[in-house]
Design a protein. Structure first.
Length: 214
């Protein structure tokens, strides 16, 4: 599995903070890029991150029955991945499902589009004649899942959830690459439930970054 480097820093800009530990090793944040958004589209990249912002991702070589006509140029314009790239660098679908089951099996796996992502996962697993061993949950539910029984989502946590997503978009941006987008979800969760990390990001030197509005 390939651990990605943060994309948030660029040139002379400092890299944003990264937690020194993993708070919930049983949590993963998951994202997919695909050949399009239509019914017969198929997955081409998958990525996931823990709340320590450790990211893994891979490209998927299309299965023989995944039609080239289902590759949309409009989708390629968004994620920037070419069909030639997935053919050359993508892993076989059997290896993809083995990696996913090994990394995500038995965990709480959160996605910002679980219904759509499950459709692409099912297409992958059916083509690989394999069984998926995890389920996708809606990303906004991660903070609630983290709370201990009897705890309640207090107004401060709700406020921090909103602010955390703004910080995440600023420093761990949504790039339409699976690993980066999974990292952004993980960062937003970690800031929501970990006040120390939230404060660290809030105090981050933003002098070389665009103005942040909260």
């Amino acid at each position: 599995m390939t651990e990605q480097n943060p994309v948030s820093g660029s040139g002379d800009r400092p890299e944003p903070p990264k937690p020194s530990n993993v708070l919930r090793p049983d949590f993963s944040f998951f994202d997919i890029e695909a050949s399009g958004l239509h019914a017969t589209s198929y997955p081409i990249e998958m990525g996931w991150s823990d709340d320590g912002l450790n990211v893994n991702s891979f490209l998927i070589r299309p299965a023989p029955d995944w039609d080239e006509e289902d590759w949309l140029v409009t989708a390629e314009d968004v994620h920037g991945i070419s069909r030639e790239q997935v053919m050359d660098e993508g892993i076989p679908i059997q290896e993809a499902v083995e990696r996913l089951n090994g990394a995500l099996g038995g965990k709480f796996v959160f996605s910002d589009a679980p219904r759509q992502d499950m459709l692409w996962l099912r297409r992958l697993y059916v083509s690989a004649n394999a069984r998926i061993n995890f389920e996708l949950k809606d990303e906004p539910h991660a903070a609630g899942t983290h709370l201990r029984p009897g705890e309640h989502v207090i107004p401060m946590l709700l406020k921090r959830y909103s602010e955390s997503h703004i910080y995440a978009e600023q420093y761990y941006p949504h790039t339409h690459r699976a690993g980066d987008d999974a990292r952004g979800m993980a960062a937003a969760f970690r800031m929501t439930v970990d006040s120390d990390f939230f404060d660290e990001v809030a105090a981050f030197d933003r002098s070389l970054w665009p103005p942040l509005k909260i």
